[in-house]
Design a protein around this ligand. Structure first.
Ligand code: ANZ
Ligand code: ZN
Length: 819
């Protein structure tokens, strides 16, 4: 008997020290020829200490990384911090400090917590995006994008958060509100930097075919929807009194004969150009109102329709009909051509507009539904073309094909594709980010800072100097701003905007492959060695932005010849959320659970086990329904099994001489857990480990006893398997079993096929009292299963006319059929 007790609070410091000495999770060097695997967790933002959400996602990813270590792969499992961003700046303003102080103090806190939490990181590759050694390469990449025409500046209406005093990308506006602070977003006219992600729209869409199966279906759907590819036709209308025709984009060219008016986006330059002079004041007043609205409000079907008649007429290219031209807000200036043909019978917004302003409604597709002009409900569905000259009688699809041909022949239109995706608005008027490496020269224009002068470091500002004022705080650092132009040496000014922090996270996973590299953002050879990422793990909140931007960067870098792959993440796992009492944890609800406190109370292993055992990794887990105390009790049981087996026998015994019943349980467990971990069913794998623990306990107490080789075999198997989830108890158990550290490289066991064979018993099947067949069945077969099997037997059916009168089943040994 062993008198070792399971005490997580003494195991943790002991093994943390050992791991720090042994560095068991360092990725192999160039000479290492083992097969490689790259596991990447979405890196954390250093907002404070780690929370329950971190606890879950990192525990789940660690199961896979540790499994790969056990299977003998050379594993890259790095960690870093996404350490630029607004919260640091807001904290610095409040405390009259520098954002770096708050940021790096939080990073240290989180790093300490990660070490205690026992995640298998290669700490030698740690990076922080707010380090000049890192953001230098954001600037270098910006210069490359600039050279390729993929970074450019343009003026236009942008989303502006009045609280954070900065622009936001469309992606950062959620239901009209700032994603960060919830303030209602307004529109502002500003000149800003953009990345030309729209050039990659097709590839971003098409390459998703290769991610099918590796990525969650809903994430692929969200990306597809965000890119928003739409197919239709461009149609040219002449406008009376104007030389140039105006093109509209439509997904329904089949409804061309039903166009009863024409609408131009009120804020488009075109509206002003084609407006009759006497209507201009009205248009101006209307535009002032429209400027206050976000795109989402403008496109809403609920919104009352507004607009101004421009005093002009457009001519329908197929039937020469004159239709009035209006300006309205529900047409957007930056989609398609900023103008539409309105077909009120078959488009709800057009119909709402027509009814509001008394414009005609002309049905051109007979759908069998009541007349939209009367019901106020448009009929966008399938049907047969009517009132459409040569298209009459055709189906919608046939009519679209036919009319597109006609337009093409006459030179008044063509098939066209549009995307909802917009260019990535990059510049931010905030301090704690990467300075945009551009110098504005009155003579030379936009001049990139030469590569050998990078990084452009942030000026030293703190406290009040960082407060939002509508222009970037960098503008106040005049010594920093005023520089000589790199081209002509004349007086010039630095760009004072910083980059969206999504730039930082769009390529960090490449930097991990060669973190100290000084000749470029990453060593191309090292990325060839490790990339692409085999498994990426993180929250579904990044389903659109971060993943889309990372995919975009990867494609640009591929086109630059720096990557030999075009997609960064082969597989993606989105973990669920940790909630409490049915709701997301929040301060205001008072249902927050503190990760550190849980660890203090139950130990790291019990908390990690609880997270992993709670359910499938994608599901939300409710902490109120879980019991870390029960996890702790299980770990104490597993610990005792390992300790007692370790005390009773020495390593290296011949397992084949052990108790066969227990050996079968062990090998079944190996077989099943291997398959379960391969298919990411970690919670079920844990359940199997628990069963193995019980079987070993029984063998010790009322079977062959602790010294039996099968007990040692079970205990060693348990230590290896537990190391995926609960590294401390596994490590200690492994040591008590007489093995050297560390258990993380113990090697994954292989199931012996001979021990997997199911035992069978012979079942006798009688028909009218005579034995007609003998079946080999599992001893645990149910009556129902056995009956089905017996009635399916050819030998039995030969003696049965039809349905038997009665079947008596005594599983597993006897079936008696009365014909
Ligand atoms: C005529 C028509 C008839 C339309 C019909 C629809 C139904 P997606 O799928 O989003 O690409 N549209 C075109 N440009 C627009 C703009 N700048 N702002 C607002 N709406 C615009 O939708 C394309 C359809 O949205 C186009 O097809 C056009 O209306 C409208 F029965 O043209 B449709
Ligand atoms: Zn110059």
């Amino acid at each position: 008997m062993s008198d070792e007790q399971y005490d997580p609070q003494t195991l943790q410091p002991k093994w943390q020290r050992r791991w720090e000495e042994l560095e068991p999770y360092q990725a192999g060097g160039d000479g290492d020829e083992r097969p490689r695997r790259y596991m990447c967790d979405m890196f954390p933002y250093p907002s404070g200490d780690l929370h329950m959400g971190h606890g879950e996602v990192f525990a789940i990813a660690d199961v896979v990384a540790r499994y790969w270590f056990q299977r003998g792969y050379d594993v890259l499992h790095p960690i870093g911090w996404d350490s630029f961003g607004l919260p640091a700046e807001n904290a610095a303003i409040r405390r009259d400090a520098h954002p770096a102080e708050w940021t790096y103090a939080n990073i240290e806190t989180q790093a300490t917590s990660f070490k205690r939490y026992g995640i298998s990181f290669d700490w030698s590759r740690r990076l922080h995006t707010s380090d000049p050694e890192y953001y230098r390469w954001n600037q270098w990449l910006f210069n490359r994008f600039f050279e390729r025409g993929l970074a450019y500046r343009k003026g236009g209406l942008v989303n502006w958060c009045p609280k954070d005093q900065t622009v936001l990308a469309n992606e950062q506006v959620v239901a009209g509100k700032c994603e960060r602070c919830g303030t209602e977003v307004v529109r502002r006219e500003l000149t800003q930097w953009y990345f030309k992600i729209t050039d990659y729209a097709d590839r971003l869409l098409d390459d998703m075919a290769g991610l099918e199966g590796g990525w969650p279906e809903r994430v692929l759907a969200m990306q597809r929807n965000w890119i928003g590819r739409s197919e239709g036709a461009d149609v040219r209308f002449t406008i009376e009194g104007r030389d140039e025709p105006v093109t509209v984009y439509t997904t329904r060219p089949d409804t061309l004969y039903g166009a009863t008016f024409f609408v131009v986006a009120a804020d488009a330059a075109l509206a002003e150009e084609i407006c009759a002079p006497e209507k201009l004041p009205e248009l101006e007043a209307y535009r002032a109102e429209v400027a206050k609205l976000t795109d989402i409000e403008r496109l809403s079907t609920d919104k009352d329709k507004t607009g101004v008649f421009l005093g002009r007429y457009a001519v329908n290219p197929v039937n020469g009909e004159r239709i009035p031209v209006w300006a309205a807000d529900y047409v957007l200036s930056d989609y398609g051509h900023g103008a539409i043909m309105a077909v009120p019978a078959h488009d709800q917004r057009d119909l709402d507009f027509a009814r509001r302003f008394g414009l005609p409604v002309q049905v051109v597709v007979h759908t069998g539904l009541p007349d939209p002009g009367e019901t106020g409900v448009a009929t966008p569905g399938e049907g047969t073309l009517v009132n459409s000259g040569p298209l009459d009688g055709l189906s919608k699809a046939e009519a679209i094909a036919r009319i597109t041909e006609v337009l093409q022949e006459r030179g008044t239109g063509a098939a066209a594709v549009n995307y909802r995706l917009r260019d990535w608005l990059l510049s931010r008027q905030r301090f704690w980010g990467t300075p945009i490496p551009i110098i504005h020269c009155p003579d030379c224009g936009e001049v990139p800072v030469p590569d050998d002068q990078l990084p452009v470091r942030l000026p030293d500002l703190r406290g009040e100097a960082l407060a939002p004022k509508g222009v970037s705080p960098l503008a106040s650092a005049t010594d920093w701003v005023n520089v000589a132009c790199p081209k002509c040496d004349g007086p010039a000014r630095r760009d004072t905007d910083t980059m969206d922090t999504f730039v930082d996270s769009s390529w960090y996973f490449l930097r991990y492959c060669s973190p100290g590299y000084e000749d470029g953002p990453f060593d191309v050879e090292q990325v060839r060695r490790w990339g692409p990422i085999d498994q990426y793990v993180g929250g579904v909140e990044h389903a659109v932005l971060h993943l889309l931007y990372s995919r975009f960067f990867t494609k640009v870098l591929h086109d630059m010849g720096m990557l030999d792959f075009t997609e960064p993440f082969l597989r993606l796992l989105n973990q669920g959320q940790v909630i409490n009492r049915g709701k997301a944890m929040s301060k205001s609800l008072g249902n927050g659970v503190d990760l550190g406190e849980q660890i203090d109370a139950f130990g790291v292993d019990a908390v990690r086990l609880t997270m992993v055992f709670a359910g499938p990794p994608e599901d939300d887990i409710d902490w109120a329904d879980l019991s870390p105390a029960a996890s702790q009790r299980f770990l104490a049981r597993a610990f005792r099994v390992m300790a007692e087996a370790g005390a009773a026998s020495a390593p290296g015994v011949d397992f084949t001489t052990g108790d066969v019943a227990l050996r079968k349980v062990t090998h079944h467990t190996i077989d099943e857990v291997t398959r379960l971990v391969d298919s990411y069913r970690f919670n079920v794998a844990v359940a199997r480990m628990m069963e193995l623990t019980s079987a070993a306990r029984k063998a010790i107490d009322s079977g062959p006893g602790a010294a039996d080789p099968a007990v040692r075999e079970a205990a060693e198997t348990l230590a290896i398997m537990l190391s995926l989830v609960t590294p401390y108890v596994a490590e200690e158990g492994w040591e008590l079993l007489g093995h050297g550290p560390t258990v993380s490289h113990g090697g994954w066991p292989v199931a012996d096929p001979a021990l997997l064979v199911q035992e069978t018993v012979v079942c006798v099947v009688q028909v009218a009292g005579k034995v007609r067949d003998r079946l080999e069945v599992s001893p645990s077969i149910s009556d129902a299963e056995l009956e089905e099997l017996a009635l399916a037997s050819e030998k039995v059916r030969a003696f049965l006319g039809g349905t038997p009168r009665k079947v008596i089943v005594r599983a597993p040994k006897l079936v008696n059929i009365v014909p």
